[in-house]
Design a protein around this ligand. Structure first.
Ligand SMILES: Cc1cc2nc3c(=O)[nH]c(=O)nc-3n(C[C@H](O)[C@H](O)[C@H](O)COP(=O)(O)OP(=O)(O)OC[C@H]3O[C@@H](n4cnc5c(N)ncnc54)[C@H](O)[C@@H]3O)c2cc1C
Length: 393
């Protein structure tokens, strides 16, 4: 089922605006968040846990866009971290283990967070060289890794077929099941009193110069708060363009194939270059993906799906006996330098941005929530956030 985004930021604004829901000062939230994807939901939950009143607005359904991801949480550095991006990853990686427990306690939903481990395999000399270089980086940063002999690989994953030049196992690679994680976040938010306004897009930011004074929605509501945060993923570009803030956010489409078989064929995630196989506990197996710059078009294509299926069955021939249960596409919020934008929007005093997480939005979501909540509350930064500053582009 393709995940379609039919509402965009550029919803036509009627010339006479019916103000149907003017939020008054005494009921107004402390923080208004645009976008209930994994970033918006995580931030809302973090803020609600800090006693902030939060209203989330989404042009579609909460969690629908982030639903498309595979849920891979690659192993993160544990020592020798100098790079702020690695700090964010490491913080998030640690928090995922805690959040999965807290979400289960709060909602009863098992997100299937699982330290299943990941294999990184290479068939070409270039890929093998890349993995060999990665080994130095893994060692320097305290990421456990093990080079596998062919017999060890066979014993671990007997269904894997391809003849690999190299295969490494990273035991601290984890996964969670996106749809469950998003449902858990959504339920947990509502239990903490977060208000959720779905199927209503923010179409205009109202300002008095330096401060945002409200957000106008497609349904004609003017929503107000003390602070505002844009978490609208790839669509954040449209808000920033309207404010004339330089940015390099762009949608990058990914496509996915979900196989359903009678029994689990793999015990861990398998990565080859940018492609991966992700086994779920119930025997389902996800195969992905591609990177396509096709604007805000979120539909699957036969050619990409066939390419993913061919690659997947080459590695795991037993998949030929499995049926394809679903296929879908999703838009990743890419950024020109691969880093997310986290911080205050220049020239404003109360408008923040958290977007551009590209292939790692799920992974970085908990850390992003904590870092952004600190910023919104005016607390000191946990690490150097300069590389994430808004306005670079
Ligand atoms: C195929 C695929 C596989 C992936 N696999 C992984 C993975 O394994 N691990 C990982 O960490 N990441 C993965 N990702 C990336 C991850 O899904 C994204 O980085 C993440 O979803 C970004 O979250 P977000 O909340 O910033 O944006 P989104 O999930 O895009 O959410 C943005 C939300 O904003 C809403 N919105 C937009 N405009 C407006 C508006 N004007 N007003 C109100 N609401 C608005 C949208 O409806 C949407 O709900 C994958 C992505 C894809 C496509």
């Amino acid at each position: 089922m393709p995940v379609r985004r039919e509402t965009s930021f550029r919803v036509p604004v009627p010339s006479i605006i019916p103000i149907c829901a003017l939020v008054t000062k005494n009921t107004q939230p402390d923080v208004l968040i645009m976008g209930a994807g994994v970033i918006g939901l995580s931030l809302a939950w973090e803020l609600a846990n800090r006693d902030q009143r939060v209203l989330l607005v989404d042009s579609g359904q909460a969690g629908q866009a982030s639903w498309a991801g595979a849920g891979i949480l690659p192993a993160a550095a544990t020592t020798g971290i100098r790079d702020p991006y690695e700090s964010l990853k490491a913080l998030s990686h640690q928090l995922h283990a805690q959040w999965s427990e807290r979400l289960r306690a709060a909602t009863g939903i098992d997100t299937e967070y699982n330290r299943c481990g990941g294999l990184h395999v290479a068939r070409s000399p270039a890929e093998a060289a890349t993995l060999a270089a990665n080994e130095f980086w893994w060692q320097e940063h305290g990421i456990r890794s093990q080079l596998l002999e062919p017999a060890e690989l066979k014993a671990l994953e007997p269904h894997l077929k391809a003849d690999f030049r190299a295969a490494w196992r990273l035991p601290d690679e984890c996964q969670l099941r996106n749809p469950r994680h998003l449902r858990a976040l959504s339920v947990a938010c509502q239990k903490m009193g977060v208000q959720l306004r779905e199927d209503d897009a923010v179409v205009k930011l109202l300002t008095d110069g330096k401060r945002v004074t409200g957000w106008l929605t497609a349904q004609g509501a003017v929503l107000t708060a003390d602070n505002y945060c844009i978490c609208s993923g790839a669509w954040a570009r449209q808000s920033l363009d309207e404010l004339k803030i330089p940015n390099g956010i762009l949608p990058v489409r990914g496509q996915m194939v979900l196989f359903r078989g009678p029994r689990p064929l793999l015990g861990q995630i398998v990565n080859e270059g940018n492609r991966y196989l992700v086994p779920r506990r119930d025997g389902r197996l996800l195969a992905g993906s591609v990177e396509e710059e096709v604007g805000y078009v979120c539909e699957t294509t036969d050619i990409a799906l066939q390419g993913i299926q061919d690659w997947a069955t080459e590695l795991l021939p037993a998949l030929k006996q499995c049926s394809v249960e679903k296929t879908w596409a999703g838009l990743r919020p890419g950024s020109f330098d691969g880093l997310p934008y986290l911080g205050l929007v220049p020239t404003t005093e109360n408008l923040f941005l958290a977007a551009g997480h590209f292939r790692s939005g799920l992974h970085l979501s908990c850390g992003t929530a904590v870092v952004m909540a600190d910023m919104i509350e005016g607390r000191p930064d946990r690490f150097d956030v300069t590389p994430f500053r808004v306005g670079r582009g």
